[in-house]
Design a protein around this ligand. Structure first.
Ligand SMILES: [Zn+2]
Length: 300
C-alpha cells in the first residue's frame, strides 16, 4: 500500500469563494439564498442595500462569497437587458491627461484636486520605507502598494462615472487611444514620467465602456495624434501653438483657450470627420447584456 504524506487543505481567509449556477441559487421574493458549503447546502436570508434595490429580480450569473471584518457578503452579478434608446447625433470628446485627468468637449473638468496630494503622500511614504529597508518596512510597503492599487481603482471608477454621467443616453463618447503613449512620449521629468508609467488607461476604458453600456451610450477610441497642437477653430497645427501646460494660443488666428479643452474639441471633431467620410450615422455598440454586480449582506 502506498503511504501518502498527510496533506492539509490549503485555505486562505482573504480569498473569496466563487459560486456559479450549479452551486447556489437565489429567491428574490423571499430574499433567501442557498449556498453549497462543506457541511452541505445551507439556506440563508439576506438583505440588499438601498442603492442596489434597482437590480433585484434580474437573472443571476456568478457570485462571490466574501468574509471581511466578521461579516459575510455575497457579491452577485446580475444580467440586465440593454436599455432601448434611440441613437442621437451628440458626440462628446474626452481628453485624458496627467495634469487634468479628464476634460470633456462640454467644458467639464472632471478630477478631484485631492487625488494628486494622495498620490504624492503615498509616494513620499514609500520612498522613506524603501530607504529604511527593514523587514517591518517591507511589510508596510506591501500594504501600501495594495492601498495604492485600491485608491487608483477608485479614482478610475469615479472618473469613468463622471464621464458617463455628463453624456445623455444615445450619444457617443470619444476617448483617446493612449495604448502606445509610453513608447511615444518624450517626458523627461522624473515625477511626470513616474505618473505616466503608472497610469492604467486600459482599466479606465473598461470602466467607461461598461458604465456607458448600461445607459445606452456608445464608446469609441480615436488616435490622439496632434490633437493638443492643432487649433480647434482654424485647424492650424504647430508645436508652438501650445504655450504652456494649460494655455493654447493659435499662432495663425489668435484663438485662445484651455489646452486640454482644445484637445477635447479636436478629438470630437476627428470622430465627426470620420463619420462624415464613411457616411454612417453612428457606430452601434455591442449587443450583449449589461452585467451589474450587486452586493447582498447575509444576516447572521
Ligand atoms: Zn487657429
Amino acid at each position: 500500500m502506498p503511504v501518502f504524506k498527510p496533506v492539509r487543505c490549503p485555505h486562505s481567509e482573504s480569498v473569496c469563494i466563487r459560486y456559479d449556477q450549479r452551486s447556489y441559487w437565489i429567491k428574490w421574493d423571499t430574499m433567501t439564498c442557498r449556498l453549497a458549503t462543506m457541511n452541505g447546502r445551507v439556506e440563508l436570508p439576506f438583505t440588499v442595500p438601498a442603492h442596489l434595490q434597482q437590480y433585484l429580480g434580474h437573472r443571476i450569473c456568478s457570485a462571490d462569497l466574501c468574509f471581511r471584518k466578521g461579516r459575510y457578503t455575497l457579491h452577485i452579478v446580475v444580467s440586465i437587458p440593454k436599455p432601448v434608446v434611440t441613437p442621437s447625433q451628440e458626440v462628446i470628446g474626452v481628453d485624458l491627461g496627467l495634469n487634468r485627468l479628464a476634460v470633456t468637449s462640454q467644458r467639464h473638468f472632471l478630477a478631484e484636486k485631492r487625488w494628486k496630494e494622495q498620490e504624492r503622500r503615498l509616494f513620499r511614504l514609500k520612498r522613506k520605507l524603501q530607504a529604511k529597508g527593514t523587514r517591518s518596512a517591507k511589510r508596510h510597503l506591501k500594504k501600501l502598494s495594495q492601498k495604492q492599487f485600491r485608491q487608483r481603482r477608485d479614482q478610475d471608477h469615479v472618473l469613468a462615472k463622471r464621464i458617463v454621467e455628463h453624456a445623455t443616453p444615445g450619444s457617443t463618447i470619444v476617448l483617446e487611444n493612449l495604448t502606445n503613449i509610453r513608447e511615444r512620449t518624450t517626458q523627461r521629468k522624473s515625477a511626470q514620467q513616474r505618473r505616466l508609467h503608472s497610469w492604467s488607461f486600459a482599466r479606465l476604458y473598461l470602466f467607461v465602456e461598461y458604465k456607458a453600456q448600461a445607459r445606452g451610450i456608445a464608446v469609441v477610441r480615436r488616435d490622439p495624434w496632434h490633437t493638443s497642437q492643432t487649433c480647434s477653430k482654424c485647424g492650424y497645427q504647430h508645436r508652438s501653438n501650445r504655450r504652456s501646460q494649460s494655455l493654447f494660443l493659435c499662432r495663425q488666428c489668435g484663438y485662445q483657450l484651455n489646452a486640454d479643452l482644445n484637445a477635447a474639441y479636436n478629438i470630437r471633431d476627428k470622430y465627426l470627420a470620420c463619420l462624415a467620410l464613411s457616411g454612417r450615422s453612428r457606430e452601434s455598440g455591442p449587443t450583449c447584456h449589461v452585467r451589474r454586480a450587486i452586493v447582498s449582506v447575509l444576516r447572521g
